[in-house]
Each structure stands twice: as C-alpha cells, then as structure tokens.
Design a protein around this ligand. Structure first.
Ligand code: SF4
Ligand code: MG
Length: 301
C-alpha cells in the first residue's frame, strides 16, 4: 500500500475537536483513531454542521462526544440502523458510524449484510481491539486465541468469560465484508494514524458503504494483541494488488500468518438503495403529507 502523507487540509483539524476530553486509558489505540479521524475530516473539508457521527456502546463508541459535529451515542449494536435512518432521511449529510468489534460484529452483526445490500453512502469505522474493553475484558468475536496459540501457549483462562479456555474460532470481518460485497473494505492500525487518515479520506469520498476495520490495541484488557503484536503480524497491501478483483481480495483477507493493511476490496459504482428512494421521495415535505405536526398538536392539546 502506498501510504500518502495527508495533503494540506483546507481547514485545521482542530475545528473538529470538541471541548470534551477523551477518558480512554493511557495507551488506548482509540486515541490514534480519533486523531486520524480529525485529520481525514479536515482533508475532506467536511462541514461540521452537515456531519453526523453515530455510535453504539463501548469504549470506542464514546468517540462522537469528542468530535465537534452532530453526534448520536446510540444503544448496543445499533449504530448501523441509526446511520441508515439518518442517511435515508437526509442524504445530504455526511454520516460516519463508529464502534468496537463487540458492538459491530456481535450484537450488531445482523445489520451488517443488510447495510452492504443497501450500499448507503456511510463510512463505518470499527476500532477492533479483539476484546470487550468497557465491560472489563471478555472475549469478543475477534478475540484471537487460535492465532495467539500458534505463537505462544496462551493461558486463555484469564479471559473472564472463558474460565476453562476459549474454544471458539474468531471471525474474519474483512473476509465476511468481501463476501457480502461491502463496496469499500480496508484494514488499518491505529498506531499508524497517517495511513489510517489516508484510508478514511478514501472511505469518506467513496460513494457507498465503506468499512474500515482498524486494529486498536486495548493495553488494559488485552495483553496479547499489543502494538508490538500488530507490528509483527501486519503488512502493507502489495502495490500491485487490484482491490476490484474480489477473488484476489479474498486471498489477501484469508491469509492466516499476517494481516494486510490498506484497501483490500472495492466495488466501484455499485447500486445504492438511495437511487430508488430519491425517485420515491414525495415532492412535498413529509410533514405535510402525513400531517405529523397537526397530529402532535392534537395529542398535546
Ligand atoms: Fe481503551 Fe481498553 Fe481502556 Fe477501553 S479499556 S479505554 S479499549 S484501553
Ligand atoms: Mg472491542
């Protein structure tokens, strides 16, 4: 992957910083993700008044509060349905959904393939730390016991939900996203914030549903997938990789020895549900068609 150092942004990244101070633990990978997001938003010159960041529940889902845009801190696993509602009601808004691996790939997993089918123009940024952090260290769908076992015998008994050891395989969200034909699929590492910012710029500019799965270490509850682990077990997507080739993208995504960083799959010009919705949208404001205001007035009288 040719990593571009982000070009000069039309507005300072500080424009996107809210007054709220992140309360993540020292060394949390989510700090790198947040700084990359500020940079990417500045490069894309996103108007804060026309941008919404949506999240579910988890440490990473606190992120909307730290960005000076509209935000929606939703309920567990429901970032994508909320993003869907916002984008279909107001297609002119920039919609970014964020969250963790537990939120997005466990309780929220059922929404994922349908978001891919609808291909709404939404960027989904997952901070993947391979653990549940907010609830203090349970295994998540991406916990990597099999891979870790390969490198060193791991005492997985210390994972709180698996006192006798974890026996489940971890899921491969990148391969799943390619199978569902998510129209932009990339992987990043939060300790490489410039590369992540570059991917975010591409994802935001991409017309359609875009997933970035960013490895984002949780030093408090995951001492296996550390920054050193990711440095050792990741590689840049080769320069000659064609992300529009779905089979080649699968080959990269299914690598067992190491994880590719960069754009792995892209389906350009994929149909979006919004194309039809625009044709169906009533010419009059919805309120005048349904009489919502009149109904509300009647109910509160
Ligand atoms: Fe980050 Fe882990 Fe602390 Fe949560 S528990 S803030 S994910 S380091
Ligand atoms: Mg997590």
């Amino acid at each position: 992957m040719a990593v571009e150092t982000p070009v000069a942004a039309p507005r300072p990244w500080q424009d996107y910083k809210s007054d709220l101070k992140p309360i993540w633990c020292a060394g949390c990978g989510d700090f790198g993700v947040l700084s990359a997001l500020y940079k990417a938003m500045a490069i894309c010159d996103l108007d804060p008044d026309n941008t919404v960041i949506v999240s579910g529940i988890g440490c990473s889902s606190r992120l909307p509060g730290f960005v000076q845009t509209y935000g929606f801190h939703g309920v567990h696993g429901r970032a994508l349905p909320i993003a869907t509602g916002i984008k279909t009601a107001r297609p002119d808004l920039n919609v970014i959904a964020v969250g963790g691996d537990g939120d997005g790939y466990s309780i929220g997993a059922g929404h994922f393939p349908h978001m891919a089918r609808r291909n709404l123009d939404v960027t989904y940024l997952i901070m993947n730390n391979n653990v549940y952090g907010l609830t203090k260290g349970q295994v998540s769908p991406t916990s990597m016991v099999p891979l870790v076992s390969l490198h060193k015998p791991v005492d997985s008994k210390r994972w709180k939900t698996t006192p006798y050891g974890m026996t489940e395989e971890s899921i491969n969200p990148i391969a799943q996203a390619i199978a569902w034909d998510v129209s932009f699929v990339a992987r990043a590492f939060s300790y490489k914030p410039n590369a992540l910012a570059d991917l975010l710029v591409q994802a935001i500019k991409h017309k359609g549903f875009a997933l970035i799965d960013a490895f984002s270490p949780c030093p408090t509850f995951n001492q296996d997938q550390t920054d050193d682990f990711y440095k050792e077990h990741t590689f840049d997507v080769p320069e000659d990789h064609d992300p529009t080739d779905q089979v080649k993208a699968f080959e990269l995504a299914l690598r067992q020895d190491s994880y590719p960083l960069g754009v792995i799959y892209r389906h350009d010009n994929k149909h979006s549900m919004l194309d039809e919705l625009e044709a169906l949208r009533p010419a009059q404001p919805v309120d005048s068609v349904l009489g919502v205001s009149a109904l509300m007035a009647k109910m509160s009288a």
